[in-house]
Design a protein around this ligand. Structure first.
Ligand SMILES: C[S@@+](CC[C@H](N)C(=O)[O-])C[C@H]1O[C@@H](n2cnc3c(N)ncnc32)[C@H](O)[C@@H]1O
Length: 313
């Protein structure tokens, strides 16, 4: 389902949205006297514009970026402003609210989709050594890749599970907020020029075969074997607003939480905790952790430094 389809037509006029936003900013009965306000600098003005833009996007399109880390989201907003040939955040707001095509481009810019196969190979090595023996004890395995981007991570997992003889009893749910990324992921086609790096990652992660056995080279592309995606279900899911949709043995959400502020991180940690079976495994990115979250004591790190946690309570 694309942005156009997700178009929520509210009865509110744009004016109504702005009024609501002004209320959120406590700018109601006694607005500050800007002309004499020497304390309100450019940066505060920019913060107001960012809040108005994100509120408008949420109210009109239903995509909630209001709790993303501010510094990172500002950078992406400015990238979009330049790419769209505009000069202000308010200008971008107007264009986005009136053009779903511009919204789709904005969405693509906001969702950082950098990824690679067997990213951080030691994570996958630890997964093979420490998690696979646990998985062998389950008759059926459900894995959720939350924030799967263009699919490189979930295809890596499919390869690993094939090699460990577990793929036939696994179901991999690969979700992302970004439909454009999911469309790419479903194809299982990645740039041929990345294969050198991915082969190295694969070998470092304990890969057992020749990596080229998994794909066919065609012009600039590496087309991965169709049997790798037999048990993968790709679907749009928004971690900021959607609920869980199953109970999982494994949840991997790597390099996604770093883009969220504390409030949103806590929401997502709660969602993961509630979606994992007892003794299930949570995998996070290098710079992410369960430390300093309300669920810190509910998990035990599987191996020092690797972001693989076992739910113990
Ligand atoms: C940097 S990529 C991580 C990809 C992969 N997990 C990895 O580690 O290589 C971050 C992904 O998170 C997705 N994302 C951002 N906000 C999201 C949200 N609210 N719900 C679901 N996915 C989100 C982005 O679309 C992007 O594909």
């Amino acid at each position: 389902m694309g942005v156009l389809d997700r178009y929520y037509v509210y009865n509110d006029t744009i004016f109504g949205i702005l009024l609501h936003c002004l209320k959120l900013l406590n700018y109601s009965i006694h607005p500050p006297d800007k002309l004499n306000n020497k304390f309100m600098g450019q940066e505060q003005l920019e913060d107001i514009e960012v809040k108005l833009l994100l509120e408008g996007v949420y109210r009109y399109y239903g995509f909630d970026f209001r709790n993303y880390a501010l510094a990172s989201i500002k950078r992406r907003i400015w990238n979009t402003i330049h790419a769209e040939g505009l000069t202000t955040i308010s200008g971008l707001q107007e264009k986005i609210l009136h053009s779903p095509e511009c919204m789709e481009r904005f969405l693509y810019k906001l969702s950082v989709n950098v990824t690679s196969m067997f990213r951080d190979p030691s994570f996958f090595l630890t997964f093979r050594n420490r998690v696979v023996p646990i998985l062998r004890t389950y008759p059926f395995i459900r894995i959720w890749h939350a924030g799967c981007s263009t699919g490189e991570e979930v295809y890596s997992m499919a390869i690993l599970l094939h090699e460990e003889g577990l793929y036939h009893r696994s179901r991999l749910y690969a979700t992302d907020i970004n439909e454009m990324s999911l469309r790419k992921a479903r194809t299982g086609i990645f740039p041929l020029e990345s294969m050198k790096e991915y082969t190295q990652n694969y070998l470092l992660s304990g890969g057992k075969k020749s990596f080229s056995e998994y794909y066919t080279a065609a012009y600039e592309n590496a087309i991965f074997s169709a049997n790798l995606k037999e048990n993968i279900i790709f679907s749009q899911h928004n971690l900021a607003t959607d609920h869980s949709f199953n109970e999982f043995n494994i949840i991997l959400c790597r390099n996604v939480l770093i883009y969220f502020d504390k409030v949103l991180q806590m929401r997502v940690h709660k969602l993961f905790y509630e979606s994992l079976i007892r003794f299930g495994i949570l995998g996070l990115g290098r710079q992410e952790s369960v430390k300093f979250t309300p669920h810190e004591t509910d998990y035990k790190e599987l191996e020092n430094g690797e972001k693989l946690y076992r739910r113990i309570h």
